[in-house]
Design a protein around this ligand. Structure first.
Ligand code: ADE
Ligand code: ZN
Length: 308
C-alpha cells in the first residue's frame, strides 16, 4: 500500500509538461500586479479543448520578457522539487515565442540558465504549433538544433492536431532528427488513431496523449511491439473534455494492452493537478501499479537518468 506521502516521496520523472501551462496565479501576479484574481481564474478555466487553447494563448501573452519566462521556470522547478520530481523534460512553446516576435534565443537562454540552478535534472523540448504550418515548424527546428549541446533534448509539435496534420512536418522532423534531437508529437488527443499512425510515420519516439489508440487494436499491438510510450495525462483529458468522464479514461485499457505508459500533468495550472495527484488517480481510480509507472517515467526519459 502507498500513502499519499509515499507518492510525494517517490522519485518521479515528468516528461510531458508545458512551461506555459504550469504558471500559477502567484507567478502571474508577480509579472503583472494589475491582474485580478477573477481575470486569472477566468482565463485558466477550461471546459473544452478550444477554451483551453484560448487560455494558453492568454497566458503566453503575459510572458513579455526573458525574465518572465525565467521566473515561471523557477517557480515550476521549486514545485517539482517539492514533490520529488528528480528529472524533467519541460516543453517550451518556442513557436509561440516566435509568433509573438520575441527573441527566442534570449528567452531560451533565460529558461535554460534558470533550470541549471535547480536540483531537478532538467532538459528542454522545444515545440512548434502544428496549425501554424511546416514553415513555422522549421523555424523552431532550426533554432532547436543549435541548442542541442545546451539543454534541448527534443523537438515536438503541439496545438490543434485537427488543423495541422503530422504529414506536414515530415521534413521538419527529419531535419530535427538529423540535427541530433529526439522527436515527440501530440497525437490522438482530440483526433483518432490515424493521427497517431501519422505521428509514428514521421518518426515520433513518444506520443503526447495518444489515448485514441485504445480504439485501434493494430495500433496497440504496434506501440507495444515497437516500445513507443504514450505520455498519458489523465486529468488533462477529463478537463478538456476529450474523454467524457474520469471513469471512461482508457488508461487501464492501454496499460492492459501492454502499451508503455508514462504519467504526466501536461498543463497543471489549467487542470489543477500535480504529478503526485496523477499517480494517486492512477492507483485509486484505475488500480495501476505506481512503482512500475514511476519506473517507466525514467525508462522512457530521453537522457536515461539514474533513479536517485
Ligand atoms: N499545448 C499545451 N498543452 C497541449 C495539449 N494538451 N494539446 C495540444 N497542445 C498543447
Ligand atoms: Zn501537451
Amino acid at each position: 500500500m502507498h500513502s499519499y506521502y509515499g507518492k510525494v516521496a517517490m522519485p518521479k520523472a515528468e516528461l510531458h509538461l508545458h512551461l506555459e501551462g504550469s504558471i500559477q496565479a502567484e507567478t502571474l501576479l508577480a509579472i503583472d500586479p494589475a491582474l485580478s484574481a477573477a481575470e486569472i481564474q477566468a482565463n485558466l478555466k477550461c471546459r473544452t479543448f478550444e477554451e483551453f487553447l484560448r487560455g494558453y494563448i492568454w497566458i503566453t501573452g503575459k510572458l513579455q520578457t526573458p525574465a518572465h519566462y525565467a521566473l515561471a521556470t523557477r517557480h515550476l522547478l521549486e514545485r517539482l522539487a517539492a514533490e520529488n520530481v528528480t528529472y524533467a523534460e519541460i516543453t517550451l512553446s518556442a513557436g509561440v515565442v516566435l509568433w509573438k516576435q520575441q527573441d527566442l534565443a534570449a528567452v531560451y537562454e533565460a529558461v535554460w540558465k534558470e533550470s541549471q540552478r535547480s536540483r531537478v535534472r532538467t532538459y528542454w523540448i522545444l515545440d512548434a504549433v502544428r496549425h501554424f504550418g511546416a514553415e513555422h515548424g522549421m523555424d523552431v527546428a532550426r533554432f532547436a538544433v543549435t541548442r542541442r549541446e545546451h539543454g534541448v533534448i527534443a523537438y515536438g509539435i503541439g496545438g490543434d492536431e485537427a488543423r495541422g496534420p503530422a504529414e506536414w512536418f515530415r521534413d521538419v522532423f527529419a531535419f530535427a532528427r538529423d540535427g541530433g534531437l529526439h522527436l515527440v508529437c501530440h497525437a490522438g488527443e482530440t483526433c483518432g488513431p490515424e493521427s497517431i499512425w501519422a505521428a509514428l510515420a514521421i518518426g515520433a519516439e513518444r506520443i503526447g496523449h495518444g489515448i485514441a489508440a485504445a480504439r485501434d487494436p493494430a495500433l496497440l499491438q504496434h506501440l507495444r511491439e515497437s516500445d513507443v510510450p504514450l505520455e498519458v495525462s489523465i486529468t488533462s483529458n477529463v478537463a478538456t473534455g476529450v474523454v467524457a468522464s474520469l471513469e471512461q479514461h482508457p488508461v487501464r485499457q492501454l496499460y492492459d494492452a501492454g502499451v508503455p505508459i508514462v504519467l504526466n500533468t501536461d498543463d497543471p495550472s489549467f487542470f489543477n493537478t500535480t504529478l503526485t495527484r496523477e499517480y494517486e488517480l492512477a492507483e485509486r481510480t484505475f488500480g495501476l501499479p505506481v512503482d512500475r509507472l514511476a519506473a517507466n517515467s525514467f525508462r522512457y526519459a530521453f537522457a536515461a537518468p539514474a533513479r536517485d
